[in-house]
Design a protein around this ligand. Structure first.
Ligand SMILES: NC(=O)c1ccc[n+]([C@@H]2O[C@H](COP(=O)([O-])OP(=O)(O)OC[C@H]3O[C@@H](n4cnc5c(N)ncnc54)[C@H](OP(=O)(O)O)[C@@H]3O)[C@@H](O)[C@H]2O)c1
Length: 250
């Protein structure tokens, strides 16, 4: 089966490509560096020829509100139009748990991406994931003011990118759901506590302060803003195991 992974060189994309190739599938890892650009349309038609499944794992180079909305709208429109022309039978995309429950620019852009997929008429599965563990350092940095990191005690359930990629590959090989599946990490705890554990494990001296008013991507985090409300597929790699593996790789 020919599968095209848009954003196939990214964090989740490269791992998904490796899993699918190991399974013996013909996989195109598509990205601007390999001549496939969903914003300009360059290389899309050629990459999608004879593809049965397209997995969209592209991300916006800018997270600024207007830029990120423009990225996911333009990329989604161009990609879905090319898929319709090529007769693609399953579109898979990676979105975010709670994207329709928090009001911030990045989440609004992901909602816009989801809407285009639903309206496209192409059979699809949207995977909504919680935050990747690989993103914890970035979260701490963006919530830091000097040596103090302010984070909400809202619940957080990060997932390792290896678990995300495994789920994405599995979903891509299954029949389209024409709906949403949710994935999350195996442990759920207050946001501030998880980031404090992460920084402590790294020997990072910054202090994490519990602050119910602290914003995430500009929006307030309520108790269940960022965790699945219903059934979710859980990853196998907990935070301690992920830290152990990350140290081993480093
Ligand atoms: N971070 C989180 O916690 C989280 C949680 C849930 C869902 N997600 C979603 O997961 C998805 C993947 O994220 P990631 O962290 O794996 O992304 P990433 O590592 O930043 O990789 C982004 C990929 O997109 C490609 N790309 C950028 N512009 C493109 C364009 N115009 N046309 C085609 N490809 C383009 C990049 O290609 P180059 O290498 O050539 O630049 C790269 O392969 C995103 O859609 C994100 O919204 C993230």
């Amino acid at each position: 089966m020919k599968i095209v992974v848009i954003g196939g060189t990214g964090l989740i994309g490269s791992k998904t490509v490796a899993i699918l190739r190991q399974g013996g599938h013909e996989v195109v890892a598509a990205s601007p560096n390999s001549g496939v650009n969903t914003i300009t349309g360059e290389g899309l038609k050629e990459a999608l020829a004879d593809a049965q499944v397209v997995i969209d794992l592209a991300n916006s180079p800018s997270f600024e509100d207007k830029a990120v909305l423009e990225f996911f709208e333009t990329s989604g429109r161009n990609l879905l139009a090319a898929e319709a022309a090529a007769g693609v039978r399953h579109h898979v995309a990676l979105s975010i748990v709670g994207t329709d429950r928090s009001d911030n620019g990045y989440f609004r852009a992901k909602v816009a991406q989801e809407k285009l997929i639903v309206a496209s008429g192409i059979p699809y599965t949207i995977i909504r994931s919680t935050q990747f563990m690989e993103f914890l350092g970035g979260i701490a940095a963006s919530s830091a003011d000097g040596n103090v990191v302010r984070l909400s005690p809202g619940l957080f359930q990060p997932i390792a990118s290896d678990d995300v990629a495994a789920s994405v590959a599995e979903v891509a090989l299954a029949a389209p759901r024409n709906g949403i599946v949710e994935i999350a990490g195996p442990e759920r705890a207050p946001f501030n506590e998880i980031v404090a554990r992460y920084l402590k494990a790294l020997g990072d001296p910054r202090e994490v302060v519990r602050d119910p008013e602290a914003r995430y991507f500009g929006s307030r985090v309520e108790e269940k803003s960022l965790v699945p409300l219903g059934e979710a597929r859980l990853g196998r790699i907990g935070l301690d195991e992920w830290l152990r593996r990350s140290r081993a790789v480093a």
